[in-house]
Design a protein around this ligand. Structure first.
Ligand SMILES: Cc1ncc(COP(=O)(O)O)c(C=O)c1O
Length: 367
């Protein structure tokens, strides 16, 4: 009976496939928890700011009261860091929530949503959930945005264009010129900048000039607060006002709001995280480029995409072997890619070295 009652399309929604957890790998291969390295979910391996941890401890006894409904303190703090106004910001339970609020507020059933391929799977999930029509835009052979062909796909039926920069899982970015061309069209552009802190440039300043741009950012990556769930949207006042209309009250918990404010103030921790991550990323790219049978893509995120070249290669096979040794990386099937791609998150220095060492061994064994 329940199958007949559920909303149309919900049963067909694909399940989100997260990176494997340490616990799962410990159980499966009988390893020690401390010996397992997880390079599968683009988390921050250096941990959160100590100031954020202190705030969580301090406010733990105050969770009997509701948090600020619109996260006003955090909005104010973020606004001054971007030289914008609080009315240009909305805080979500992770940037995933802001993404959903945008689709909920703007998409009518049957309208088209342009989504790059491959990219983060939630854009398609929310489009399906709100009965939109997905128009896939394949990135070119180097995983760059082929903007001319994207522009060709925009029609009067198009409501939203999703862009992810740096793109998960490819690490590629969209140029400002290309973005501006898309923004000239009458569509809502949702630019997901979850990894912008690791990149050369952010497009947030463009929200001052384009009322149809919504930029999504998060505290889950560079700020190391993935477990707290706090992200935000930056846009012109009109978009933000509409998102507030569909936002549940008290959507971001009190500890998350307090910790995010402190994390934002700890500039030194952020700078260190970014510097070490970028150095780790360049190390991984350099080492992987030296290997025959592997193609590595340039990345501006805290992860690197690699492709196994040749016949009969299996990314899944290599990953399984790596897992037995306690190293978890991400298969790219959840992104719809073939079984030759692996995404590796940048870890701590010793984790990156261990990954390279084991990966080299597995490659030579597999030959
Ligand atoms: C591109 C992209 N956007 C958004 C998210 C989700 O971020 P949050 O934790 O803020 O919901 C992720 C998480 O992996 C991501 O890769």
């Amino acid at each position: 009976m329940i199958d007949r009652l559920v909303r149309k399309g919900v049963a067909e929604l694909p399940e989100y496939i997260p990176g494997k957890s340490k616990e799962e790998v410990v159980r499966r291969f009988g390893l020690n928890y401390e010996d397992v390295v997880k390079l599968a979910s683009n988390e921050n391996p250096f941990g959160p700011s100590p100031l954020a941890v202190k705030a969580i401890q301090e406010y733990a006894e105050e969770v009997n009261v509701y948090p600020e409904s619109g996260a006003e303190t955090l909005r104010k703090e973020l606004a001054s860091s971007f030289s914008l106004k609080p009315q240009n910001l909305i805080i979500g339970n992770g940037s995933d929530e802001v993404m959903e609020l945008a689709v909920k507020a703007f998409l009518n059933p049957g309208e088209e949503v342009i989504i790059p391929f491959p990219t983060f799977s939630m854009y398609e999930s929310f489009t399906r959930l709100y009965s939109g029509k997905i128009v896939r835009h394949p990135l070119d052979a180097s995983f760059d945005y082929a903007v001319d062909s994207l522009l060709d796909k925009i029609t009067p039926r198009t409501k939203i264009v999703f862009l992810c920069s740096p793109n998960n899982p490819t690490g590629s970015v969209i140029s400002e010129g290309d973005l501006r061309q898309i923004l000239e069209r009458e569509v809502l552009v949702i630019l997901d900048e979850a990894y912008a802190e690791f990149a050369d440039k952010s497009m947030v300043p463009l929200v001052k000039g384009y009322e149809n741009l919504l930029v999504l950012r998060t505290f889950s990556k560079a700020y190391g607060l993935a477990g707290l769930r706090v992200g935000y949207g930056v846009a012109g006042k009109k978009i933000i006002d509409y998102l507030f209309r569909v936002k549940p009250p008290f959507n971001v918990n009190l500890l998350a709001q307090r910790a995010a404010v402190e994390a934002l103030r700890d500039i030194e921790h952020l700078e260190q995280t970014v510097a070490r991550t970028v150095a780790g990323r360049e190390y991984l790219i350099r080492e992987l480029s030296r290997l025959s049978g592997v193609k590595v893509y340039q990345s501006q995120g805290n992860f690197v995409l690699l492709e196994l070249i040749g016949d009969n290669v299996s990314a899944r096979g290599v990953m399984e072997e790596m897992m037995k040794e306690g190293i978890i990386v991400r298969s790219c099937e959840g992104f719809g890619l073939e079984d030759r791609y692996i995404r590796v998150s940048v870890g701590r220095e010793e984790e990156n070295t261990r990954f390279i060492q084991k990966f080299k061994e597995k490659l030579s064994h597999g030959k």
